[in-house]
Design a protein around this ligand. Structure first.
Ligand code: NAD
Length: 355
């Protein structure tokens, strides 16, 4: 074991976490623990039934539901939700769903100062972070602020049993990407690195089981545990090249969030592996080199492997590499536009990386 030569800063973890099975039954208790008397329950249209049943369960502690959360937190939806929130007399928000619903909860909480409880049902990992990405007229802006982070997160493995098979895989790889970037981050610290490695072990053990048995409780628990750890890493550590590329493709070419992360990850890990030994722990978990091990794992799990599958053309790759080098950001390996173009080409073709 080698500690960073210049020492490190551990930011502390400010969120209360309740993890397990049947933990949904504890939402009322957690609302009261935060001093709340009326909770406004959020979901997407897809999970409106879950929001409704949670509202019924909360009884007099519920101020009603709003089930129009949408991908990338459009400001129009937030304004409509805020209007209902104010009219309901609510004093806190409870978000039940994936990153889209949790994004809406954050958007309301940061505008009103109320407490929020997040109940994540996917592995995307928004719940532990102080990050909010919002869209207005198709333009996405992302910011970090302490008022954005949920006070309490309730993980109930039972809610993840219905996560569709393709989303289970891509959402897991999206989470693993946070862990991988956490290992070589400029502000990496030994505790967050422990969490990242533990998370990858949990995904490696759980995800292959879910391919054949999507409702296996033990495997779902392991994967959700990994998702919590990766969300924590995302919430307290700076992300690098991988995230920049995923956001470039999502923002400028509208590629789907989790799939884009899943396809890029082996290639960004491979690119950085030659410049840092921070990814060495991946060998014991996934085998081979960091890039090849992650690619084999993704293939075995049934993940998409080619950017071409997301509708991107080769000329899109030229433009994406131009956009990706416009601003500077941290990364263990320096890169040119040509490097990014070559990386994207390999991901577009779905080649197994060497490093
Ligand atoms: P999502 O929240 O849009 O969910 C996709 C669909 O799956 C929705 O219809 C949802 O209702 C449904 N769903 C979710 N869980 C389900 C379950 N258990 N069973 C059945 N259906 C379920 O997608 P996502 O991948 O969870 O989140 C992606 C969004 O989150 C993106 O907008 C991304 O930018 C954001 N995100 C933000 C952060 C952050 O820190 N701010 C971190 C990660 C992701």
């Amino acid at each position: 074991m080698k500690l960073p030569e210049d020492g490190f800063t551990f930011p502390g973890i400010g969120t209360r976490v309740v993890f397990g099975s049947k933990t949904l039954a504890r939402v009322g208790e957690e609302v009261e623990r935060l001093g709340g008397q009326k909770a406004f329950v959020l979901s997407t249209p897809n999970q409106a039934k879950d929001a409704q049943s949670l509202s019924t369960q909360l009884g007099s502690l519920s101020a009603g539901t709003f089930s129009e959360a949408a991908m990338h937190t459009p400001v129009e939806v937030t304004e409509k939700a805020l209007d209902s929130f104010r009219r309901s007399g609510a004093d806190c928000v409870v978000s039940i769903g994936g990153g889209s619903t949790i994004g809406l909860g954050k958007a309301i909480a940061t505008r009103t100062g109320v407490n929020q409880i997040a109940i994540p049902t996917s592995y995307a990992g928004s719940e532990m972070t102080d990050i909010l990405g919002e869209t207005r007229d198709g333009e996405k802006t992302t910011r970090r602020d302490a008022s954005i982070r949920p006070e309490t997160v309730i993980y109930d493995v039972d809610l993840t049993l219905t996560l569709p098979a393709d989303m289970t895989v891509t959402s897991s790889l999206n989470a693993i990407a946070h862990g991988v970037e956490g290992l070589y981050a400029p502000d990496a610290n030994p505790v967050m690195s422990l969490m990242a490695v533990e998370a990858m072990k949990a995904f490696k053990a759980g995800l292959p089981v879910l391919r054949d048995m999507p409702r296996d409780q033990d495997a779902r628990s392991l994967v959700l545990y990994g998702a919590w750890l990766c969300s924590t890493v995302l919430g307290y550590i700076t992300m690098s090249l991988h995230h920049k590329l995923a956001h470039t493709l999502g923002g400028s070419f509208n590629t789907p969030h989790a799939e884009t992360h899943a396809i890029l990850l082996p290639h960004t890990a491979s690119f950085n592996a030659v410049a840092t030994d921070a990814l060495a722990p991946l060998h014991d978990i996934f085998g081979a080199t960091p890039g090849a091990g992650l690619w084999d794992f993704a293939k075995q799990a049934g993940a998409p492997l080619r950017l071409a599958e997301l509708g991107l053309s080769e000329s899109d790759l030229d433009r994406a590499s131009e956009i990706a080098v416009k601003n500077s950001y941290s990364n263990p390996r320096p890169f040119s536009q040509g490097d990014i173009r070559a990386l994207l080409q390999a991901a577009w073709e779905g080649r197994r990386p060497e490093h």
